[in-house]
Design a protein around this ligand. Structure first.
Ligand SMILES: [Zn+2]
Length: 462
């Protein structure tokens, strides 16, 4: 019996081996078959204003500023080298909502003018497109600059300015509980329908004023903003990130409580970073160095889609977010239309991995203070900053792989590469300028005096 069983086992093993060999080509073909398109599902888009990527654990920060965001990242596509299109709020959100780079939407202008210039009314916005595709839409916005008066509310069924309900003196202090309550109410209002929910949180933005118990988490803090107080300023900034992380934790818990967490796409990013004198300046809006451009970008697919988490090292631009949200929320058709018209391409192209054909130039622009009209291009590990001011050093080239702090300027050693990148950058800028010139309304209107006075009272405009 024992021998017969042994023979029989050997025979079965042989049959099994033959079957496996016969099936191998089929299995191989199955592996190479393109992945099914990702599901169109609700999108919760969390934009945390002024959040540097390198102050989060998932991007290598040593301090425990971001346990929730790190956990979210572990289930997500994490873009390790994402850069914003601009180093301050309005141009970045104008780009997210229109799918164009900022200078293809707005005249380059200083903050004082640009922060109350309306979006061109003829450009259809992200929420309008999604509404037309049948989605419910809502925005919860903590930032007074992203105002309905400038056109940013177009396409949103409800556009709630969460700082208006806060009892704190200035907009940058808004209480997370107010956002959470508005979020819970909004989710209930959506019922079972597919939705796009845009959340714009502002805590890490100045003034750095973390509430207790966060204020003591990372050492002494200050409300001063001069260079000698750099360390306590960073402590306060980190404490505000830690506070934000708990707000995100509560938002995700509410999504889960209402049964919408696992079936939704979650996008978490920022509009720009923050400077602490790495290149002689603080705050933001005043240069195109990476402390202002590098932002977190985390895209968590619906659990039901069974998409594996992945870390993406190719450089990507926030220009791609418009097409990404279109594809995630409404399917392939709208996103493909966007790409054909010269906007960004959906980042869901990275769901199956990376490759040279997926990589685009990353172009950033400056329209705030300091180096006005500066532009920058990132191609692979090379980053070129071009400034229009002929009195200043016009071209600066950095190898951001070997020199991520951008301290060693190498344009003199890499003249051919510098010229090539300059040509490419000027072509991108020329295209944007042409697109803006083709808008019917060349000079979009500005806010009226009442609204400007309101922004001044909130401390947003001087
Ligand atoms: Zn901002």
């Amino acid at each position: 019996m024992a021998d017969r069983r042994a023979i029989s086992t050997r025979a079965w093993r042989r049959v099994g081996a033959i079957a496996i060999l016969a099936l191998l080509p089929l299995a191989f073909a199955a592996c190479r078959r393109p992945a099914p398109p990702p599901p169109a599902a609700s999108v919760v888009f969390i934009l945390v204003d002024t959040l540097r990527a390198d102050h989060l654990g998932v991007y290598g920060y040593a301090r425990p500023t971001s346990p929730t965001i790190d956990g979210l990242a572990a289930e997500s596509l994490v873009f390790r080298h994402a850069r914003s299109v601009a180093p301050w709020t309005n141009p970045t959100i104008a780009s997210l909502f229109t799918g164009r780079r900022p200078t293809a939407v707005l005249e380059p202008a200083l903050h004082r003018q640009a922060s109350h210039t309306r979006l061109p009314p003829e450009l259809p916005l992200l929420a309008e497109k999604l509404q037309a595709a049948g989605l419910r839409t809502a925005a919860l916005v903590d930032h007074p600059g992203i105002s309905p008066g400038l056109g940013f509310a177009r396409g949103f069924e409800t556009f709630t300015r969460t700082f208006e309900g806060a009892d704190r003196p200035r907009w940058g202090f808004t209480d997370g509980k107010i956002v959470l309550e508005a979020f819970a109410r909004q989710l209930q209002a959506f019922g079972d329908e597919r939705f796009f929910l845009y959340l714009h949180l502002v805590y890490p933005h100045r003034p750095y004023a973390p509430p207790p118990p966060y204020d003591t988490m990372f050492g002494e803090i200050t409300d001063k903003t001069t260079r000698e107080f750099r360390e306590p300023m960073i402590n306060a900034y980190d404490a505000e990130i830690r506070y934000t992380d708990d707000v995100v934790r509560d938002l995700l818990a509410e999504l889960a409580r209402q049964g919408r967490l696992d079936e939704s796409w979650i996008v978490l990013t920022s509009d720009h970073g923050e400077g602490f004198w790495e290149h002689g300046r603080d705050e933001h809006g005043n240069s195109l160095f990476d402390e202002l451009l590098r932002v977190p970008l985390i895209v968590r697919p619906p659990k039901s889609a069974g998409i594996a988490p992945r870390s993406i090292t190719s450089p990507v631009s926030l220009l791609d977010l418009h097409a990404t949200v279109l594809q995630a929320a409404a399917g392939d058709r709208l996103a493909a239309e966007r790409a054909e018209r010269g906007g960004g391409r959906s980042l869901l192209r990275y769901l199956d991995g990376e490759g040279p054909a997926l990589i685009d130039d990353v172009v950033s622009q400056q329209q705030h203070t300091g180096d006005v009209h500066a532009t920058a291009i990132v191609r692979g590990a090379s980053k070129l900053i071009l400034r229009a001011d002929p009195k200043a050093e016009r071209l600066r080239l950095f190898d951001v792989a070997s020199d991520p702090g951008e301290h060693a300027e190498i344009s003199a050693q890499q003249e051919e590469l510098t010229r090539r990148l300059e040509r490419a950058l000027l072509q991108h800028v020329a295209r944007d300028t042409r697109d803006r010139a083709n808008l019917a309304e060349r000079t979009p209107g500005v806010l009226d005096a009442d609204e400007i006075a309101k922004l001044k009272a909130l401390g947003y405009l001087q």
